[in-house]
Write a new protein. Structure first.
Length: 431
C-alpha cells in the first residue's frame, strides 16, 4: 500500500524565475500544489485512501533553471517501442522553441553513450535533426542494454555541463535514472533527472498506459486477424501467435480483445498445465474437434514454470531471458495431436520485432508528445528523480523509485481480463 511520502517529489531548489512560456498564449500554468487523487471511486465498497494524491504534471509559472544557461540531454535505452522518436522530437521542440533552451544533446546508444570509453559522441539536436523523425520507428539516437558505471555517467554530465537528463526507457532505464539521481545528489550537484516511461508491455506502476502500447495492439491485432484467416482456411487449423509481455499480459489480452477471434489467451499472471483433463492441450483439442480451427495467443512470459529449470540466462542488462513458450507450445501441440492420430495445420507466428519497430499510431504520437512536454516542464521547474506517470487520464509526477518498486501486472478482476475471458470462452485454469 503506498503512503503519501512515497509520492513526494524532490526538487533542486526554489523556482525564482518567471517561465518564458508566459509570453505564449493561454499556457494554462499548473499550480505546484495541484494534486490528482489516487482514489477516484467513492461510495460503498470503495477503499478509503484518505486523500492520497500525486503531484499534477504541467507547466509551472515559475521555474528553477535559467533557460539561457541550461543544457539538456535525452537518452533512449532498452528495447524499441513505437513513439521513441516522437518523444525525442517533442522534448527538443518544447525546450528549444518554448523554453528557449539553447543546447539540447542526444545521447547515442543508451547509457553507453554517456561513457567516454564507448567512443560515442553526443549529437547536438537541431530543427533539421528532428525534422522528420516523428514518422520513423525505432530511435534515431540508438539504444542499448548493459550496465554503465554511474560515477562515469555523472562525470560525463559534469564535463559536458548537462543540467537536465531525460531518461526514456522501461524499468531498467528508470533504475539507472534513480542511480544517476542519487549520485548527483551525493555530489551536491544541481542537475535534474527526469524519466519518461517507455514500456510497450505496459508493466510500469503508476503508468496506466505508455506510448507504444496502442500501436502494439493495433499491429498485433492485424497479425491475429491473419492467423485467424490461416486457421479457418485449413482443416483443423491452429493459429498460434506469441506476443510481447515478459511479466504482464497486457498486449496479449488487449490484442485478443480487439480481435475478438482468439480462443485462448495465455499470460504470465496465470499458470496453466499443458496435459491432463483440464490442461490447455485437452481444451484446445476439444475446440479444434468441435469448430475445426482455433486461435491461440501466448504472451512471451507465460508458462515459464513448464520449462525444466536450467541455469537462468540473462541479457546484458541483467534481465532474465525467458525460454520460448511459443516454440514449446507448438512442439507439444504437434506431439499431442499426433499421439491421438489427429492431423492439424499449425501456423506459429512471432511478430514481436515487427511490432516494436513500427512508427507510432496517432494515439501514441499524442501520448508521447504529452509525456515529453510534461517531462520538460517538470525538469525546468527543478523536479528531479521524477517519472511522468499517467493516472486517471491525467499526467502526474511519480518518484522514480516508487514507480520501479514493483512490476505492474494485469489485474485478473479488471474489466480488461474479464472481457477477454468472456470473448474467448476459455476455462479458468486451476493449477
Ligand atoms: P525494456 O525492458 O522495455 O526493454 P528497460 O529500460 O527495462 O526497457 P534494460 O535493458 O533493462 O531496459 O535497461 C536499460 C538500461 O538501464 C541498461 O543500460 C541497463 O544497464 C540500465 N540499468 C538497468 N538496471 C539498472 C540499475 N539497477 N542501475 C543502473 N542502471 C541500470
Ligand atoms: Mg525492462
Amino acid at each position: 500500500m503506498p503512503a503519501q511520502e512515497d509520492f513526494a517529489i524532490k526538487t533542486l531548489g526554489p523556482c525564482t524565475r518567471p517561465s518564458p512560456l508566459s509570453r505564449l498564449h493561454d499556457v494554462g500554468f499548473v499550480e505546484d500544489d495541484a494534486r490528482i487523487l489516487y482514489q477516484h471511486k467513492c461510495g460503498a465498497g470503495a477503499a478509503d485512501w484518505g486523500g492520497l494524491c500525486f503531484e499534477e504534471a504541467g507547466p509551472r509559472a515559475s521555474i528553477y533553471f535559467d533557460p539561457a544557461k541550461t543544457t539538456a540531454a535525452v537518452v533512449t535505452c532498452g528495447g524499441l517501442s513505437p513513439g521513441l522518436n516522437n518523444v525525442i522530437r517533442s522534448v527538443y521542440c518544447e525546450l528549444a522553441y518554448n523554453y528557449l533552451v539553447p543546447r539540447v544533446l542526444g545521447v547515442r546508444n543508451g547509457y553507453m553513450g554517456l561513457n567516454p570509453d564507448s567512443g560515442l559522441r553526443m549529437v547536438e539536436l537541431t530543427p533539421a535533426f528532428v525534422d522528420n523523425i516523428h514518422y520513423l520507428g525505432g530511435t534515431v539516437l540508438g539504444s542499448s542494454r548493459g550496465s554503465q558505471e554511474v560515477g562515469v555517467i555523472v562525470d560525463t554530465l559534469v564535463r559536458d555541463e548537462i543540467d537536465i537528463l531525460f531518461c526514456v526507457g522501461g524499468d531498467g532505464t528508470q533504475r539507472g535514472a534513480a542511480a544517476i539521481s542519487d549520485e548527483v545528489e551525493r555530489r551536491g550537484l544541481k542537475k535534474a533527472v527526469v524519466g519518461i516511461p517507455k514500456t510497450i508491455d505496459n508493466d510500469l506502476h503508476y503508468v496506466y498506459k505508455s506510448f507504444g502500447y496502442d500501436t502494439a495492439l493495433e499491429k498485433a491485432e492485424e497479425v491475429l486477424r491473419g492467423a485467424h484467416v490461416e486457421a479457418r482456411c485449413a482443416p483443423n487449423g491452429i493459429g498460434l501467435v506469441k506476443l510481447m509481455g515478459r511479466n504482464a499480459g497486457f498486449i496479449a489480452a488487449g490484442a485478443a480483445l480487439a480481435s475478438q477471434d482468439a480462443n485462448f489467451v495465455l499470460i504470465p499472471e496465470i499458470p496453466f498445465r499443458l496435459e491432463g483433463e483440464d490442461g490447455f492441450l485437452t481444451e484446445l483439442e476439444r475446440r479444434v474437434l468441435s469448430k475445426g480451427h482455433a486461435l491461440v495467443v501466448v504472451a512471451e512470459g507465460a508458462g515459464q514454470d513448464l520449462f525444466t529449470p536450467s541455469d537462468t540466462r540473462r541479457d546484458a542488462s541483467g534481465n532474465v531471458l525467458h525460454d520460448d513458450i511459443g516454440i514449446l507450445i507448438r512442439d507439444h501441440c504437434h506431439a499431442h495431436f499426433k499421439d491421438r492420430g489427429i492431423a492439424i495445420n499449425l501456423k506459429y507466428i512471432d511478430p514481436s520485432y515487427y511490432i516494436r519497430s513500427t512508427p507510432a499510431n496517432a494515439g501514441d504520437r499524442i501520448l508521447s508528445d504529452q509525456m515529453a512536454r510534461m517531462a520538460v516542464h517538470a525538469a525546468m521547474a527543478g523536479k528531479t528523480d521524477t517519472l511522468i506517470g499517467y493516472w486517471h487520464n491525467e499526467l502526474v509526477h511519480v518518484p522514480i523509485r516508487t514507480a520501479i518498486a514493483e512490476k505492474r501486472q494485469l489485474d485478473l478482476t479488471s474489466d480488461l481480463w474479464t472481457a477477454v475471458m468472456r470473448s474467448t470462452g476459455q476455462p479458468v485454469w486451476r493449477v
